[in-house]
Every structure is written in structure tokens, then in C-alpha cells.
Design a protein around this ligand. Structure first.
Ligand code: GAL
Ligand code: MG
Length: 967
């Protein structure tokens, strides 16, 4: 049996785990937490010599090329990225792995100065995927596994002052791989920092800090070496650097991530400082009381995301700047928690979460999901005592490394590894190492060991049920699958469930980012690759692109929606006043600034600021806004912004908002009659001519074929009933769900045919012509269809009022994707203006973040460029929309609440597999919709809830289309 196919063998030469820290020779250098300032730290990142072999047997130290460390070798042309979700990419025959097991050999020299003489020298790897040997100066010093865990080796006896050589040999596959079947790209190599640390011969080997809300700091240090006469002293500094006794301490929370600095100093018998180790300390207590999960005594809400380590160009070798960017974006979007799905992250990530204020569910590097494809999970490692040591080792190394972080509120035993005896052993070990945090594991549905009840993608109704029942606190470790367009239905999860019941802890959206990898077509156009794009088989396609941000961290509409749903201030109108509810768990609302304005038809008519009263967390208060109402209606907008700078946003950053429609005396726009017009029948066409326009109607096909206004052609093809949308990932329900797309495709709603039954035209008076077209709109194959009547009323002013009435008959599908009209216009009319919700994309169950106003955008700007093209760009609750050219000519449409406009057709969006498949037409496809099926989250979980489904039924809707003139 070799080392990498032997689960009982968890490593050789590795030192015991300990907290993540760096030693400094004195206090002054320790205080800055800058490891590069320590003379005892030496980073070995950089270009290493490299040899890539297809099998371990062919590996060689004769390096013929170089590779950056840290990196994933597939991102540098060695092998290729491979994506699978659940399935293992090789035969399941644990602990054996394929013969074809790519093996990278890394070699470099490093220099050790005399100043490290007599010190203990350690070599650290923070992440190597998946198993590796290390040699120093030709001598093997160790072997290790556990891809996303630290590996430390004592190399004191193997190095000498001056030049030394290190060689590392990494195997892509190992028995460890069976424990690392997370839903992500398979990427290999030394992908996190590598460095040397020198410790004085007698030194601090570990520090365990326990900092509860009481302020009773407990520091346990472990010393190594000859400790006779040595002494450890500690000092706690506040943020100004003053030594303090935290009685009582300023508490740490995600809302106020206050950190103290702990300096742990080791002195020798003579009282001389030997080394100083700094740690950040946040005081807080995590407890479970009955069915409530408490941080500092408060049943907080987890407004979380699942985050993978993923970078569009670097794979899992994520630079610290990218981590900061993620965390800042999260904070700016009101997110307060991260589950490190599904493995311990780069250690710096936790420092950043301590600092910016994010609760962390720290998850062990353990997932065996692929065993679900075997009968009853046969051979699943978590259920086999032969794998116990490997499982427990992973938990232990994570906790040793991370337990001093204030941000971590739960230990997670891993993800999707079924449930077995090894989980019990892991939990027991976790409790022994750190009794201060509860344990999470979604696979423990019977709560044999988990302290919180966790589920993923649970239907809203079920969550409400859990809220009403008692039991352990309930968390949605994953919900609202953010794949493509969506997720929908967030409002109900929060308003009807999470905010109502203290037992519900909240949850983490799946997931933070798309894992698309940046590629270019032969002609240089950028796109993001997903499973299968590298010839990787088997694969799970674009299921790897299911984040709230695109791979390049552009927020997707889903992130904007989440921010609004979890905003910390809720406002309700109560009589003439407004009730503000503080939804923070700790902060007082007077930390925010309130400004307000009244907009009428898109113009601000009044504005002001109002001092926010002190409203403690979770309390409400009524306030008045001093404006007088007018007959013209409009909207009152309230904006809550940061009153002062934070590390993640400056003063003025909007954290919450509310909008209220002000009553007005509305009147329907009268159909302007205007001058006279003439109706002539010429062959199969109806020609309606007015003073400055000419409209042509095709009697055979029952459709408008021409609309000239002042000599300009406004239409390319006239409006027709449309029931199809380019299916979304959620419609396609890749992983369970309601299979909407299949229903619709089975019903052939994408292949509608329009049969003309009759067309009549009549001049009602000098200024009005009416055309009545009776049609049957139906898909092929079955007898199902809609009997439609379209009534066009054309006036001398050049307006077209179109009313459509439809009666369904036959065996109808349970839902329709959409119901509305589609037409095309010449490309020049790409200047869009509308009144309604905006500025962003919105559907009936994803519209909360869009406010009513007067908005402008070009057709290109309306487009959401999903990595896998699909329905996108709808604007909703729209009173009217105009599409004009630069001179202002065009059409204004009113009466239908949804519109979208694309340079692509619905079928283009349906057919495309990558953004680069889409080629812009020289016309614009305009959709005006009466309704849509909701978006939901069916790509993995529940589709749109009942009230957001579009059921086929008799319908009647109307649109008023008016030409725009420049005059
Ligand atoms: C969950 C799993 C995640 C991810 C998600 C679908 O079942 O825990 O890792 O695969 O489904 O995107
Ligand atoms: Mg999985």
C-alpha cells in the first residue's frame, strides 16, 4: 500500500496543529500584525522549478519548467480544470485512485542566515491539493494530506545556514480525495502560502484564547523547549494601543467588530523578552438556549452566504486582495455571515472576518457526496472506522488553527458526507478542543450530535413549520440557489418565516460567486468557462455558476435583491406616520442618517433630512416626515445611510431604503382622437393613413406589418402573442425542482403557431379605425390552444390601442413561462425610458430592490449577461416605457406592467451556451408582458411559490402605443 492510498496513514513528520500566529522578537514589531516585518518569517512564494508528470511513477526532480507558488497547476497549462458536482471523476474504489494521477514536482532554493542559528525552524504549507512529500536538501522530511488544512514540519535538523533546497511532490489524487468531493473544480498543487518560521529554541507552541462576553479572558499557552525559569506574560491593548483591563469589555459582533490586541510575551529566566506573539481578541459568547441561538445573549439572524474560494483567473489560489474585495462587497450588501463552504479557508480570511465583522461557520474539509451514487452509500468513509483517524485529523487541524477567532460561531463537520460513526468521533474531538462553540452538520438530520438543526433548500412552508415548532435552533445552511436569473422568493423567506420566529437563525444563500474561469475565444472575446469547456468528462456543466456575483465580482441582480431583503431598517406607514423597526441585532438606529425626498414624475419636489431617534436593536418607533401632500401624488423616498465611515464603506453609503406611493387623483390617459384618417383595403393589406402616419395590417397573418410616422419606420415586425421565455437555470431545474422548462417544452410553447380566423376592419368615425382579428394561437401536436381576439383601435393622432383577449382550451400545462406581446423595432430605437420599478432587472418574485421612478437606459444596459445565457433584463411594475432613437422619435407603450428589450431574440437566448454565442441583431426585440411565471430557485430547491406561478386562464390585457415626435 502506498502512502497516498492509505487512509489510516494521515501524514509523517507533521507537527501538532496550533493557532495561526507569527512570532516577533519584540512588542513593537508584534503590534502591527505584519508577518513580513518579523525577522523570523520567510515567505517561499514565488516561481519554483516544476516538473509535471502524468503518474507518480514518472515524476522527476529534473524540472523542465517553472510555476508560480501558490497556484493551481491547471490554471498554468498543466492538465485541465475539471468540474463535477457530486460524482467522482474516477472509479469509486476507495482508497485506490487512478494510475493516471498527475504529479507535480516543485523545487527551489532558499537561504537561511546566521541569525536563525540555534532557533527552531518550521516549514509551513497552508494548502496543498491533495497529498505531498517534502524533501529538504535531498532528505525526505515528511508527507501530508488534507488539501485545505495547514501542514507544518519541523526542519531544524535538516537545514543549514546558507543555501538550502526544498523539493515538494504533489499527487493530484489520493485517498484524501475521497473526502474532498465538494461541488467545485478539481484543481491541484500548492495553492496557498508556503513559508518558514523561526522560533527561539524555547518558544510558545500554541495559544488558546477564550474571550467570553463577561470579559474573563482565559489564555492557555503551550511552551516547547527547555522552559525552566521561562515566563509568559500577557497584555491586552485596546484599539488605541493602550493597555486595558476589559471589565466590562466592548463586545465583538458582526455589527461592531471591536477587536483588542493580545500580546503574549515569553521571557527567559533573566527576564529578557524571547518572543512576542500577537493575537486579535474579540469578546463574545455563543450559546444555545432552548430553541434559540444566541450571540452575546441575542438570538441573532444569520444573513449569510456560502463562499467557495474561487478566482476567475487563479482558481483556488485566491490573493488576499480578492478576499478583501469579497468581504467589503458582502458588508456593503448587508450580509453578516459566511459559511466557508466546504472547507477551512485561507487563514487570513478569518482575520478579515474578525476585522470587517462577519460571523463564520467554519467547515471541515470533508465531503463524500459521490458515495450517494452507490447503493446505500456503500463504503462511505464517514461510516467506516478505518477512516476515523483521517476524519478526526481534519477536524482537529481546523480547530487548532482557527479557534481563537471571534468570527467563528459554529464548527461544521463538513458537508454531504451522509452520517456515520466518524462524525460522532469528530464532534467529540471538536468539543474537547473547544467547548465554546456549537456544532453544525446538515447531514445529521436526526440531531445525534449537531447542536443546531440544519437543512438546505427547504420549502418556505416547511421553514415556517419549523419556526412554530420547538427544538434545536434551525438554520438554512443553504437556501435560495443563486444560479443564473434569481433567486426568487427571498422576501417570503424573511418576512413570513425567519423574521417571525426566534428559533429560525436565518441562513446562507447558495452561493456567493460563480466559479466561471475566464477564457478567450480565438478572436479574443472574453467568456467564463464552466464544466465541459475544457473537454472535462464527466461534468456538471454550468452548475458551477450559481453565485450572487459573477466570476469577476460584478454583482448580479440577486445580490441587489438580497441586500434589500435583509436591510436593517423596515418602514411601515401607520396613519400619517412611519414606523421604523430596527432590525439590527445590536446597533442602535441613531448610527444611521435619514434623508427623504418626494418625487413626482421622476423629479424631486421636496427633500430633507430627519434626525433618527434612538431606536434600540429590534425595537420600533413612529416618526413623522414633514412634507405636505399635493394632488399630484408621487413617491416618498426614505434613505438610510451610514452616518460615519466604516472600513467597508464611507459615510453616506445607503444601507436601507423605503418608498411609499402618495395618493393622487389618477386619470386614465384618454385615447386622443385627433385629425381624420382613412382606411383602404388593398389586396391582403389594410392601409390606415393619417396626417403624418401610415399603418399597414396584414389581413392574412393578422399582424401589423408597417408603422411609419413622419416618414420613419417604427416597427420591423408587429406585436404578437408570446408565451415563451428563454428558460432560466431555475426553470430548467437542474437538480430537482418542478421542471418547469420541461413542462413548457413538452407543451411546445416555444413553437406557437398563429392561425387567422377572421380580420374585420371598420371606420368608426372620421378619426377612428377599428380592426378586429380573431386568431387561434396554439402549439403543434396537441389540441390545446388559445382562442384570441385582438382589437386594434387606431386614431387620427397615430395611436394604436391594442386589446387582446384569450380563452384557453384543451389540456393546458400547469403554468406558462410568460404571457404578453413581442415585436421588433429597428436598432436605432435603443434609448429606453420608463416609469416603474428600476433601475435593475426585476420579476414578480425578485423585485424588492427596485424602486419606482423615472429611469433611462440603453437596450445594451438593460441586458444582464448571465454566464449561461437565459431570460433576463425584465423591468416590472412599469406604467409606461419609451423606445426612442437619439433624436427622440420612437414609440411609447403603456398598459402592460413588464417590458424587456434585447438585441437578441428569445430563441437566441435560449440556444446560446456562452455569452460569446450571442450575436447582436440589427433590430430590437421588445417584450411587453402581462405576466411571468416567478423565478423561484428551482435549479436546486423549490420553484416559485404558488402565488407567483402563472397559471393558464382566460386573459384580457391592453396596450396603448403612441408614436413619439421630436417636436
Ligand atoms: C448542495 C451542496 C452544495 C452545492 C449545492 C448546489 O447540495 O451542499 O455544495 O452543490 O447543493 O449548487
Ligand atoms: Mg455536494
Amino acid at each position: 500500500m502506498n502512502d497516498w492510498e492509505n487512509p489510516a496513514f494521515i501524514g509523517r513528520g507533521r507537527s501538532r496543529g496550533h493557532a495561526y500566529f507569527f512570532p516577533y522578537p519584540d512588542e513593537a514589531s508584534a503590534r502591527n500584525f505584519d508577518r513580513t516585518a518579523s525577522p523570523w518569517f520567510k515567505l517561499l512564494n514565488g516561481n519554483w522549478k516544476f516538473h509535471y508528470a502524468p503518474t507518480p511513477a514518472e515524476a522527476s526532480f529534473d524540472c523542465n519548467t517553472t510555476i508560480p507558488v501558490p497556484s493551481n497547476w491547471q490554471m498554468h497549462g498543466f492538465g485541465k480544470p475539471h468540474y463535477t458536482n457530486v460524482q467522482y471523476p474516477f472509479p469509486v474504489d476507495p482508497p485506490r485512485v487512478p494510475t493516471e494521477n498527475p504529479t507535480g514536482t516543485y523545487v527551489r532554493d532558499f537561504f537561511i542566515g546566521d541569525d536563525w542559528d540555534g532557533m527552531q525552524i518550521r516549514l509551513n504549507f497552508e494548502g496543498v491539493d491533495s497529498a505531498f512529500y517534502v524533501w529538504i536538501n535531498g532528505q525526505e522530511i515528511g508527507f501530508s494530506k488534507g488539501s485545505r488544512l495547514p501542514h507544518e514540519f519541523d526542519i531544524t535538523d535538516h537545514v543549514r545556514p546558507g543555501q538550502n533546497t526544498i523539493a515538494v511532490r504533489v499527487m493530484q489524487w489520493s485517498d484524501g480525495t475521497y473526502l474532498e468531493d465538494q461541488d467545485m473544480w478539481w484543481l491541484s498543487g500548492i495553492f496557498r502560502d508556503v513559508y518558514l518560521l523561526a522560533h527561539p529554541a524555547t518558544h510558545i507552541a500554541d495559544i488558546h484564547v477564550h474571550a467570553p462576553a463577561t470579559g474573563k479572558l482565559k489564555i492557555t499557552t503551550t511552551l516547547a523547549g527547555n522552559t525552566t525559569g521561562y515566563k509568559v506574560t500577557t497584555k491586552l491593548l485596546d484599539h488605541t494601543g493602550r493597555v486595558v483591563k476589559p471589565q466590562p469589555p466592548r463586545l465583538w459582533s458582526a455589527e461592531d467588530p471591536y477587536l483588542y490586541t493580545l500580546l503574549v510575551t515569553l521571557k527567559d529566566a533573566a527576564g529578557k523578552v524571547v518572543e512576542v506573539i500577537p493575537q486579535r481578541v474579540g469578546f463574545r459568547t455563543i450559546e444555545i438556549h432552548g430553541d434559540r441561538f444566541l450571540v452575546n445573549g441575542v438570538a441573532i439572524k444569520i444573513k449569510g452566504v456560502n463562499r467557495h474560494e474561487s478566482h476567475p483567473d487563479l482558481g483556488r489560489a485566491v490573493p488576499v486582495e480578492a478576499m478583501i474585495k469579497d468581504l467589503v462587497l458582502m458588508k456593503q450588501h448587508n450580509i453578516n455571515a459566511v459559511r466557508t463552504s466546504h472547507y477551512p479557508n485561507d487563514p487570513r480570511f478569518y482575520d478579515l472576518c474578525d476585522y470587517y465583522g462577519l460571523y463564520v461557520i467554519d467547515e471541515c474539509d470533508l465531503e463524500t457526496h459521490g458515495f450517494c451514487h452507490l447503493k446505500d452509500w456503500a463504503g462511505n468513509p464517514t461510516e467506516d472506522p478505518r477512516w476515523e483517524a483521517a476524519c478526526v485529523d481534519r477536524m482537529e487541524r481546523m480547530i487548532h488553527r482557527d479557534r481563537n477567532h471571534a468570527c467563528i460561531i459554529l464548527w461544521s463537520l463538513g458537508n454531504e458526507a451522509h452520517f456515520g460513526c466518524n462524525h460522532l468521533a469528530m464532534a467529540a474531538r471538536a468539543r474537547a478542543l473547544d467547548a465554546s462553540r456549537p456544532i453544525h452538520y446538515e447531514g445529521d438530520q436526526e440531531l445525534k450530535t449537531a447542536d443546531v438543526f440544519s437543512q438546505m433548500y427547504t420549502h418556505l412552508d416547511k421553514v415556517i413549520e419549523f419556526g412554530k415548532q420547538t427544538g434545536k435552533p434551525f438554520i438554512l445552511c443553504e437556501y435560495a440557489h443563486a444560479m443564473g436569473n434569481g433567486p426568487g422568493g427571498l422576501l417570503e423567506y424573511w418576512e413570513e418565516a425567519i423574521c417571525k420566529y426566534d428559533r429560525l437563525m436565518g441562513g446562507c444563500i447558495w452561493e456567493w460567486c460563480d466559479h466561471g474561469l475566464r477564457q478567450h475565444t480565438a478572436d479574443g472575446r472574453e467568456y467564463f468557462a464552466y464544466g465541459g469547456d475544457f473537454g472535462d468528462v464527466p461534468n456538471d456543466g454550468n452548475f458551477v455558476c450559481d453565485g450572487l456575483v459573477f466570476p469577476d465580482r460584478q454583482p448580479s441582480p440577486g445580490l441587489t435583491e438580497y441586500k434589500k431583503i435583509i436591510e436593517p431598517v423596515k418602514v411601515e406607514k401607520v396613519g400619517d406616520q412611519y414606523r421604523l423597526t430596527n432590525r439590527y441585532d445590536f446597533s442602535n438606529l441613531d448610527n444611521l442618517h435619514l434623508s427623504w425626498n418626494v418625487t413626482v414624475a421622476g423629479t424631486i419636489t421636496k427633500s430633507g433630512t430627519t434626525k433618527l431617534p434612538a431606536i434600540p436593536a429590534r425595537k420600533s418607533k413612529l416618526i413623522s416626515i414633514p412634507f405636505e401632500k399635493t394632488a399630484s401624488g408621487g413617491y416618498l423616498n426614505l434613505n438610510f445611510t451610514l452616518a460615519s465611515d466604516t472600513p467597508w464603506a464611507t459615510r453616506g453609503h445607503e444601507v436601507a431604503w423605503a418608498q411609499f406611493e402618495l395618493p393622487s387623483r389618477r386619470s386614465d390617459i384618454p385615447v386622443a382622437t385627433g385629425p381624420a384618417l382613412t382606411l383602404t383595403v388593398s389586396g391582403n393589406a389594410l392601409d390606415i393613413t393619417g396626417q403624418n402616419f401610415a399603418i399597414t395590417f396584414d389581413k392574412i397573418r393578422a399582424v401589423l406589418t408597417g408603422w411609419q410616422h413622419e416618414g420613419v419606420a417604427l416597427l420591423q415586425t408587429g406585436p404578437r402573442l408570446n408565451l415563451w421565455r428563454a428558460t432560466t437555470d431555475n426553470d430548467r431545474a437542474s437538480w430537482g425542482g418542478q421542471q418547469y422548462a420541461k413542462q413548457w417544452r413538452d407543451a411546445k410553447l416555444d413553437l406557437l403557431q398563429h392561425r387567422t380566423d377572421s380580420v374585420t376592419a371598420e371606420q368608426l368615425d372620421a378619426g377612428t379605425v377599428r380592426i378586429i382579428a380573431k386568431t387561434r394561437v396554439a402549439p403543434p401536436v396537441t389540441e390545446m390552444g388559445f382562442a384570441c381576439e385582438s382589437i386594434y383601435t387606431i386614431t387620427g393622432a397615430g395611436q394604436i390601442h391594442l386589446e387582446v383577449h384569450g380563452i384557453p382550451h384543451g389540456p393546458l400545462p400547469a403554468t406558462l413561462p410568460r404571457l404578453g406581446l413581442q415585436f421588433t423595432m429597428p436598432v436605432a430605437f435603443d434609448q429606453v425610458q420608463w416609469f416603474g420599478r428600476g433601475p435593475g432587472e426585476a420579476y414578480r418574485d425578485t423585485k424588492q430592490a427596485q424602486r419606482f421612478g423615472l429611469w433611462r437606459a440603453t437596450v445594451d444596459e438593460l441586458f444582464t449577461n448571465y454566464i449561461f445565457p437565459q431570460e433576463n433584463g425584465n423591468r416590472t411594475d412599469v406604467s409606461w416605457v419609451r423606445l426612442a432613437d437619439l433624436s427622440g422619435r420612437g414609440i411609447s407603450c403603456a398598459g402592460l406592467p413588464n417590458f424587456s428589450a434585447h438585441r437578441y431574440t428569445t430563441l437566441d437566448l435560449e440556444a446560446a451556451r456562452h455569452t460569446t454565442d450571442l450575436v447582436k441583431h440589427d433590430f430590437i426585440t421588445v417584450s411587453l408582458d402581462h405576466g411571468h411565471n416567478g423565478i423561484g430557485s428551482g435549479s436546486c430547491g423549490p420553484g416559485p411559490i404558488e402565488r407567483y406561478q402563472l397559471k393558464p386562464a382566460e386573459f384580457r390585457f391592453a396596450v396603448e402605443m403612441r408614436p413619439l415626435t421630436t417636436g
